[in-house]
Design a binder for this molecule. Sequence first.
Ligand code: GDP
Ligand code: FO1
Ligand code: CA
Length: 349
Amino acid sequence: LRVVVLAGGVGGARFTRGLRAALAPEADRAARVPTHAPRAVPDLHAPRAATNPQAPRTGLTTQAEITVIGNTGDDITLHGLRICPDLDTVMYTLGGVVHEGQGWGRANETFTVREELAAYGAGAPWFTLGDRDLATHLLRTQWLAEGRSLSDVTAALTARWHLGVRLLPMSDDPVETHVELPGFRELVHFQEWWIRLHADPVPIRFVAVGAEHARPAPGVLEAIAAADAVLLAPSNPVVSIGTILAVPGIREALIATPAPVVGVSPIIGGAPVRGMADVCLTAIGVATTAEAVAAWYGPELLDGWLVDTADAATRVPGIEVRARPLLMTDVRAAAAIAADALDLARQIA
Ligand code: GDP
Ligand code: FO1
Ligand code: CA
């Protein structure tokens, strides 16, 4: 079973972690049905899902293959270091070392470098960089400076964590989301608007700087074309999924793939669960409802849409809607959501 997930940061990471937990029993069942799949044999290259604490201990390795296409529009350069918040959030979450309460950054983090920078009165104090996290950025920046691609660097960084999924940046070409703000003469980086300005004021528009000329990273289009199911994580529709779709070729690939494309709503009962998706949607003239977001993705792109039971009345012409609780309170809850998204995909296929 080949599953592709489009993911941003925290919402994307938690959903993917659930999917990884869900797919072990799924692949195990498939392996027991000779007409659908050959018997599972130990496969060193297979995802690590079967060794997850959440997965049943079957002793079989899964035949599921998860490819995550990560948003790099949030990327920013600070102190000369290239920082990829959404890729790192997926890496740390699936690697089991994320700061759970915060949703991003490392658990057991220290902030010595940050304190020293502040003592110099330097840098961007509004952007918190922990010491452990900085090691990732140092290495990424070094490797990029040596001429390696972001995909290559991401593969090298993730190798340490045995994620059980393949994490691909949406593009190797730099893309950065900026916002045009009323009363500001220059474009402001998305991170600065979100963190320093607290998502205020509402942007006039979002600009994915560099997206126009960006190419999908190696493997991205191939994974979408070969997928059995494509899932849109409950990520920010505008600055996470929307930015991935802004890379020329990716939207087209999603429309062209024979695989069903199923999205999970990040909007529950007319509000985002966390973050500033409501402000982003307002900025682009889309209502903050599960229904409006699905209609904005459109039936050409989206075949199925999983909404929360609070939004069970959602109807979108041309899109199969199913309702179930969508709060990812823990890995088990996220796994059940992911399993239902796959189930909806299977029904559509
Ligand atoms: P970010 O890059 O860290 O902002 O994360 P994403 O773009 O991947 O996801 C942000 C979105 O995740 C927000 O719009 C939230 O509403 C959504 N989200 C967070 N937690 C949950 C959850 O438990 N359930 C659902 N359905 N959406 C969630
Ligand atoms: N989010 C914050 O709200 N404040 C921060 O200082 C901050 C620092 C940071 C550093 C590394 C990293 O990987 C993520 C970080 N985030 C921080 C999260 C992230 O930048 C944003 O919340 C998301 O990208 C919003 O979509
Ligand atoms: Ca993000």
